[in-house]
Design a protein around this ligand. Structure first.
Ligand code: GLY
Length: 561
């Protein structure tokens, strides 16, 4: 009897504990890094422990990911670093790739017809890399530790190697067939043509030497001298366009972050050439007018209004956004205004899905591979960084003698002028290739503050799903009271205006919810993992750092102290 009573109490308290929190976040007191690889997170935290700030740790983490997470960590790609200091103004560092000087809007055509291989899988698909210059600019303006100290852990990892996890070995085995055309790629990522096994040590000696030049000479170690010579030589031998002059001319941009508010929280987000910040703030503004908390997570009403906000923001993204240097009159201020959101909200019928009208165009493919990480230091300076090679392993081309993968980011430009059609080609002007132009991105590094203090840093990968994933992570915390881990674990859905369907993770929504939404006119397509997100939230109760690590990417980890 007593034992039965004890068991009943145990079960009741376990249920009560579960009701309070069904998935515990990783916790730390002083500093924290959450990334897609445990080794990279540990390297970032070691920098924090040694007295570096969030930007120092971000630089070291980014270089480490370029070694241990070759699918997306990179020095041959580009991305965005968003920084919010504990005091002072936030900054956005844009190191998106640029089109080389010989690029043109029609460069992806062959005999007047669109050539997808040129666009996505050739030396022509490579943009001028921005990562090294962007990390250096952020470090120069905000870092405190010696540059060499931040690159050195990556040099050691590349030179001495690191053990391949099961998932990285499997990923390399999957990508090898598409590397067979590129001998330097095969040499770097296979054992004489055979896949590595889990536990094997991956040594990247050429990469170590390139990183050594970067450690010694900063950006000049990449954009000039031996590395630039090796890139130009590889390009010239295979019909690529990037020259040493393009490399030398590359400049990262420091931009003013976009600012929005959501239910009393300050949203700091990436401006164009990312579409992420604009679309995120637009959706948050629309959703602020709905009482999501009272609807309940996963209710038909929650999903309905979120999908309708997504539909409208993605339509605006397609119509208006591109490189600001080439599109000086983009209506960003309007798109992120509360007034515009109110006008969009007025078009949402709570009982019926809107219909996306393919007035003239659909979407080109955009890869789901990118990587993201967040850093918070003891002073509560925060970084959210997302960078990419575009596809997993980018162009699959390792620069011979230099040991790093080149991006295929030119595929994020529209296909070509006049190519717009119902099959998904896009030829609209704001995002056509042109010399020196940056291609439109969905990457959405985001930082949230409350009452002047850091509240959260978040980011995601997954091509166009990135923006909606960051949106849902924030809603899960702010509206639905989830902790950082619960917010990342929760199932996701995605609508991008066209095609007019909601992509939903398997088991994310109940059959009842799906049935109600279907009866209201929504179409669903089920998928596995939609995207991967990482997040750090400052716990409101005690100011501790809590991380949400996305189990959809199995090597991901938080490290803190
Ligand atoms: N290539 C993915 C992005 O820039 O959003």
């Amino acid at each position: 009897m007593i034992r039965r009573f004890a068991l009943a109490v145990f079960v009741a308290s376990a249920v009560a504990a579960a009701a309070a929190s069904w998935s515990e976040p990783h916790r730390a007191t002083r500093g924290m890094v959450v990334s897609e690889h445990a080794i990279a997170s540990e390297i970032g935290v070691a920098v924090l422990k040694a007295g570096g700030n969030a930007v120092d740790a971000a630089v070291a983490t980014a270089f480490a990911l370029a070694v241990v997470h070759p699918a997306a960590g990179n020095i041959g790609g580009g991305g965005f670093l968003l920084y919010r200091p504990a005091s002072g103004e936030p900054a956005a560092y844009d190191f998106r790739e640029t089109a080389p000087a010989a690029a043109s809007a029609a460069m992806f055509l062959t005999d007047g017809k669109y050539d997808a291989a040129k666009h996505h899988e050739s030396y022509l698909s490579v943009g001028v890399p921005g990562t090294v210059a962007g990390l250096h600019l952020a470090w120069q303006e905000r870092g405190t530790m010696p540059w060499r100290r931040l690159v050195e852990p990556a040099i050691t990892l590349a030179r001495d190697g690191f053990p391949l996890s099961e998932s990285l070995a499997a990923s390399l085995a999957r990508v090898l067939p598409s590397m067979r055309r590129h001998p330097a790629s095969m040499a770097q990522f296979s054992k004489s043509g055979s896949p590595y096994a889990p536990g094997d040590t991956l040594v990247q000696a050429d990469l170590a030497r390139t990183l050594e030049r970067i450690a010694a000479d900063g950006p000049a170690g990449f954009y000039e001298g031996e590395t630039a010579r090796l890139i130009e030589q590889d390009m010239a031998a295979h019909g690529g366009l990037i020259s040493r002059a393009d490399l030398k001319a590359y400049r990262p941009e420091r931009r003013v972050p976009l600012r929005g508010t959501y239910r009393g929280y300050d949203i700091i987000a990436m401006p164009p050439v990312s579409s992420g910040g604009t679309a995120l703030i637009e959706m948050l503004n629309v959703l602020e007018g709905f009482d999501l908390a009272s609807y309940g997570w996963g209710s038909s009403r929650h999903v309905h209004v979120a999908v309708e906000a997504m539909r409208r923001a993605y339509a605006d993204r397609a119509r208006h956004l591109g490189d600001p240097a080439f599109n000086p009159s983009m209506p960003i201020a309007t798109l992120i205004s509360k007034e515009y959101a109110a006008s969009l909200r007025a078009t949402i019928d709570l009982e019926r899905a809107s219909v996306s009208s393919p007035s003239s165009f659909d979407w080109p493919p955009e890869s789901g591979e990118t990587t993201t990480f967040c850093v918070v230091d003891a002073a509560r300076n925060a970084v959210s960084l997302t960078y990419t090679l575009e596809a997993g392993y980018g162009s699959k081309i390792v620069v011979a003698g230099a040991g790093f993968l080149l991006n295929n980011e030119m595929g994020d430009f529209n296909a070509g002028p006049g190519l717009t059609d119902a099959t998904g080609l896009v030829g609209t002007a704001p995002n056509l290739a042109a010399p020196g132009k940056r291609m439109l991105s969905s990457m959405t590094p985001t930082i949230v503050a409350k009452d002047g203090r850091l509240f959260a840093a978040a980011g995601a990968l997954g091509g166009r799903t990135i923006i909606n994933t960051v949106l849902q992570a924030l809603l899960n915390v702010i509206d639905f009271g989830m902790n950082a881990q619960e917010a990342i674990d929760a199932g996701r859905f995605h609508h991008q205006w066209l095609p007019d369907a909601v992509v939903v993770e398997r088991h994310a929504l109940s059959p009842d919810t799906l049935a109600i939404l279907t009866s209201r006119g929504h179409a669903f397509r089920e998928t596995g993992a939609l995207s991967v997100a990482e997040m750090i939230v400052v716990a409101p109760k005690d100011g501790k750092l809590t991380a949400g690590v996305d189990a959809r990417s199995v090597d991901g980890a938080a490290a803190g102290y």
